[in-house]
Design a protein around this ligand. Sequence first.
Ligand code: COS
Length: 387
Amino acid sequence: MIDRNFLDWPFFEERHRTLAKRLEIWAAQHCEHVDHRDVDAACRALVQKLGYDGWLRYSAPGDEPLEGIDVRTLALIRETLARHSGLADFAFAMQGLGAGPISLFGTAAQKAQWLPKTRSGTTIAAFALSEPAAGSDVANISTTARRDRDAYILDGEKTWISNGGIANLYVVFARTGEGPGAKGISAFIVRGDNPGLSVAERIETIAPHPLARLTFKDCRVDANDLIGAGGEGFRIAMATLDVFRTTVGAAALGFARRALAETLKRARSRALFGAPLSELQMVQGHIADMAIEVDAMALLVYRAAWTKDTGAERVTREAAMAKLYATEAAQRVIDTAVQIHGGDGVRAGHAVETLYREIRALRIYEGASDIQKIVIARSVLSSAAGR
Ligand code: COS
C-alpha cells in the first residue's frame, strides 16, 4: 500500500532504487516489533544490527574506499526505517549526526580511527551542541575548552543530547575564544569513558529514546581531538546540520507515509452509515489532502538531497525548507490519521498513536520550525539584495 512511484523521479539513480528495495525487505523483517520497554537496550541492539548488516556504512563515509556522504541515500534509509520503526530511524540517524563532523571535517587520522567503528555499530555516536541556556542560539554556547599544552580542558553542560548515556563517542562544541560569538567555537571528539564527562540527568520524553543532560568537568582531551581548526566549530555544526536537517524531513516523510497507509487500510475496511469510510466524500477529501502533503514533502526533501549530492556547496535554504515543511506537514497528516481512526487512533500502542507521539519532537530538534523560517527568510532576502 506504500506508494513507490517517487523512486522513478529524476532525483534518483538505479543504485538508490536497488537500495530502497533491499532495505524495505530488511526493515520488514527487523524493525516491526522493536521492544520499546528498555530504549537503551533497544537502541544498542538496533545500532549493532544496522552495523552488522551493512546499513550504517552509508551513515558516515569519508575515508577510503568509500566516497563522501550521499544525502539521497541517507534520506531514503531514514524514510524507510521511520515508516517501520521510529527507534530504528533514530538509531541510524544518530550514528550519522554524531559522526557527521568527523566524516565531513575530520583529519584522515580521525576518520580512520572512528568511522569504521561507527559504521560497524561497535561505537555509538552523539552530537553534543545544545546547552540549557543555548538551544536555538548556538553562537551563545558557554561550555569552554581551554588549551593546556598538548590538550584542551572542557568545562560546562550540554543537554537534550540524543544517545547521551549510551554513546562511546561524543562530538562536543565548546567556546575556545578565537573571536566573539560564532567565531570562537570549536568542535572536539570526547570519548564516552572520559572521566571528566558524566551524565547529570536522563530525560524522558513522549516518544522515549536515549536522551541526557551531560556535565563536563576538567574534561581533558588530546589536542589531536580538535575537529577542523580552532574557531571553526560553528561552521562545522551548521554544515553538518545542513546535511542532516534534510534527513529529519525524510524521517517525517516516512512517518507520514505510514500514517497515510494506515488510514487507507482503515478507510477501506471500516464501515460507517452502511458503506466503507472510503466512500464518504469528507474522508476522501482528507485522503486527498494527505496524499498531496506527502508528495510535497517528498519533493522538497529529495530536491534538497539531490542539490547537495550534485555538488552545491551550501544547501542551507533547501535543507531548512525540507525540514520545516516535511515536519509540519507530517504532523498534520498524522493528526488527520488519528481523527479518521476515531477512538483507536488514541489507543496506546496503535500505529497512529505511536506516530502522533513520535512526530512532535522533529518540529523541535536540529533547529525548531521558527529557526528554519529565520534561515529561509535570511537566504531569500540576501538573494534578493544581490539581484
Ligand atoms: N554553513 C556554513 N557556514 C554557515 C552556515 C552554514 N549552514 N550558517 C551560518 N554560517 C556562517 C555564516 O556565514 C556566518 O559567517 P560570517 O560571520 O563569516 O559571515 C557565521 O556562520 C554566523 O552565522 P549567522 O550570523 O547566521 O549566525 P546566528 O548566530 O545569527 O545564527 C542560526 C544562526 C539561528 C540559524 C543558528 O544558530 C541555528 O541554526 N540555530 C539552531 C541550532 C540547532 O539546530 N540546534 C539544535 C542542535 S542539534 S539537536
